[in-house]
Design a protein. Structure first.
Length: 627
């Protein structure tokens, strides 16, 4: 018969364990009821006997279950293994004899010279530390590799071994660290490896979303949730009710997105479950699945935060809410769309810390950055940033805008919607329902005594003509345009009906850009380029260059990529180009004229990134087209 020893702040108590499941928590139906620790959930964790071994499993507790200070979802315990829940420590003995041989409240292996564990609070009134409770320093345990197995049997560089659900005979791969304990875990296709994340047990396997990726320096307890009106719904440090599963899932989902620097969160309904996917570095990664009821409750809660009608599920709905975290405020744009098995939810994450803030942070070529700075300092003229959706146009525009002194210049932006708040800048949202379109608001802004106007996007002839006219009347205009490259941007303006003289006299700089995924420095591998790749990179027969290819490791979620970097194409107008624009040139004429002057294209810059080992050839060719 096994024995569970609970060492709380006020007492040490031992419980017999002869069955297959032993639950610890504050609930009256738990095998070990712990009522003197407010950090413990109603059903906090459990020890399960499975195939002759004892497994410790966290039950989606709000503060987690820890081994050596590390939060876990599941670990295989050894005899006298110690784990922590809240301020309470638990020691597990395989047999009654092992428990009898150990002094109550003492860590196995401690000598009689060490002080016995205290049974109550210290003289200061603070909860006893682990060193006081167990008679052994937690730091010394963590630093001594030989003693790490005194706590729990860990494998693969201290990561918990994958453990299947009780009753599930499907073998778990040894290197799936850690595996899900939930039977509703969805498998990820081999072509898109899932991140090495832990999925919590119980009805949902969303538990480890708060532990994937890079630690931002704060946890769930530091997050404050705000609704669409800016009112705090759940304050940082507030205790979370055990029954509020939807709020716990939302906290995990938002924290996981922060840790991965995800730009979007997708919750996709299926027949019996809902898939959770994150867009990381422009690629979709499936991280877990949740049961259908949990997904519906989560969506309903987000609708309440966004002030959306929760009763309507067959219409398109949109809203927003926000999160306050240490050192940052994160906004979320939410979109609901009807699908086969219910509404699909997509949340755009607007985290100012996940994108470059200044032009110097964007790893631009020196001539490109200097041209943008010169344009931002100019009193009049126009800067256009072009590229498809998701190419970083708005990020570049904001970075250029932050370089403008808003204390001495009146800066006004027109955005659809406003993504990031900038101090000292007047930001106006587009509202088509009220008749506040780009062109209408632009004319209004011209009566607001502006020095700089930032236009979210040039979409039609009226907006384009008005923006060009504003640039000729003593204003600096910054905007974006959907076009393939810089040359296409000029022709696009002509197609919109803008007079050639307006384009030639106002257009200072056109910047085209794309985002390429950066190769993971931990696993990228050098290879010899093939003949086709050498041709695409414009390598001569005498060039003995190596390129790198993605492999995939735990650090990059198995994708082979970590982060993104921009490739840029700059078109700075001069007198000869202005004369050419006045003649309404064809695409071929304009390209030939630029090539004669040594014009560097997007593919040229992408090839430089590939040869420098920053990006893979396949990704650069897919995004930009090499050759």
């Amino acid at each position: 018969m096994a024995v569970v020893e609970v060492i709380s702040r006020t007492q040490t108590k031992r419980y017999p364990f002869s069955g297959t499941t032993f639950v610890l928590g504050r609930g009256p139906d738990c095998a070990a009821v712990i009522t003197d620790d407010t950090l413990i959930s109603r059903h906090h964790c459990q020890v399960v006997k499975h195939k002759g071994r004892y497994v410790l499993q966290d039950l989606k507790s709000r503060n987690g279950t820890r081994v050596l200070g590390k939060p876990i979802d599941a670990v295989k315990l050894i005899d006298s293994g110690v784990f922590q829940l809240g301020n309470t420590y638990v020691r597990f003995f395989f047999t009654q004899a092992a428990a009898d041989a150990a002094e109550p409240g003492r860590h196995p292996g401690t000598t009689s010279a060490r002080p016995a564990a205290p049974r109550a609070r210290t003289a200061t009134g603070d909860p006893p530390s682990m060193e006081n409770l167990l008679g052994q320093s937690a730091a010394s345990v963590a630093q001594d590799d030989d003693e790490i197995y005194d706590v729990a049997e860990l494998v693969d560089d201290d990561e918990p071994e994958a453990i299947p659900l009780v009753g599930d005979d499907t073998p778990s791969p040894k290197h799936a660290t850690p595996s899900a304990l939930s039977s509703n875990v969805s498998s990820t296709p081999a072509s898109a490896p899932a991140p090495a994340v832990s999925m919590g047990g119980g009805a949902s396997n969303m538990g480890a979303l708060g532990r994937i990726g890079v630690d931002p320096g704060f946890g769930i307890e530091s997050l404050s949730l705000l609704d669409s009106r800016g009112q705090t719904v759940h304050a940082a440090g507030a205790e979370l009710s055990d029954t509020n599963e939807a709020l716990a899932h939302l906290q995990l989902l938002t924290l996981g997105a922060v840790r991965c620097s995800a730009s979007d969160i997708h919750l996709e309904p299926r027949q019996h479950t809902a898939g959770v996917r994150l867009r990381v570095d422009g690629a979709m990664l499936e991280v877990c699945s949740v049961d259908a009821d949990s997904a519906r409750r989560l969506m309903s809660m987000i609708k309440v935060l966004c002030n959306i009608d929760i009763s309507r599920k067959s219409v398109i709905q949109e809203g927003h809410f926000s999160l306050e975290a240490p050192g940052r405020n994160i906004d979320y744009r939410v979109s609901f769309a009807p699908a086969m098995y219910g509404q699909k939810m997509v949340v755009r994450v607007l985290d100012p810390m996940s994108s470059p803030q200044q032009l110097r942070d964007m790893d631009m070529p020196a001539d490109v950055m200097q041209a943008l700075k010169n344009t931002a300092d100019a009193a009049t003229g126009m800067l256009l940033v072009c590229g498809p959706t998701g190419s970083g146009k708005t990020t570049t525009l904001y970075a250029a805008l932050r370089g403008i002194d808003a204390t001495t210049r009146n800066v006004i932006t027109i955005e659809d919607p406003i993504e990031y708040e900038i101090h000292g800048v007047t930001q106006i949202p587009v509202d088509a329902g009220e008749g506040h379109t780009f062109s209408v608001l632009l004319r209004t802004c011209l009566r607001q005594d502006p020095d700089v106007i930032v236009l979210g996007e040039v979409r039609d002839q009226d907006t384009a003509v008005t923006a060009m006219q504003a640039a000729t009347t003593g204003h600096l205009v910054l905007s974006t345009l959907h076009a393939t490259d810089t040359v296409s941007t000029v022709l696009r303006l002509l197609d919109l009906g803008v007079e050639p003289y307006l384009i030639s006299s106002t257009l200072n700089v056109v910047l085209a850009q794309r985002l390429l995924r950066k190769l993971c420095e931990s696993c990228k591998e050098p290879v010899e380029p093939t003949d086709a790749q050498r041709q695409g990179l414009k390598l001569s027969g005498d060039d003995h260059a190596l390129i790198h290819q993605p492999i995939g490791c735990e650090a990059c979620f198995g994708t082979g990529y970590a982060g993104r970097v921009g490739v840029f194409e700059l078109l700075a107008t001069d007198d000869s180009l202005r004369d050419l624009i006045l003649s309404k040139p064809s695409l071929v004429d304009l390209r030939n004229s630029l090539i004669e002057r040594g014009f560097k294209t997007l593919s040229d810059h992408a090839a430089q990134r590939v040869l420098a080992g920053q990006c893979s050839y396949d990704d650069a060719h897919r995004i930009v087209g090499l050759g």
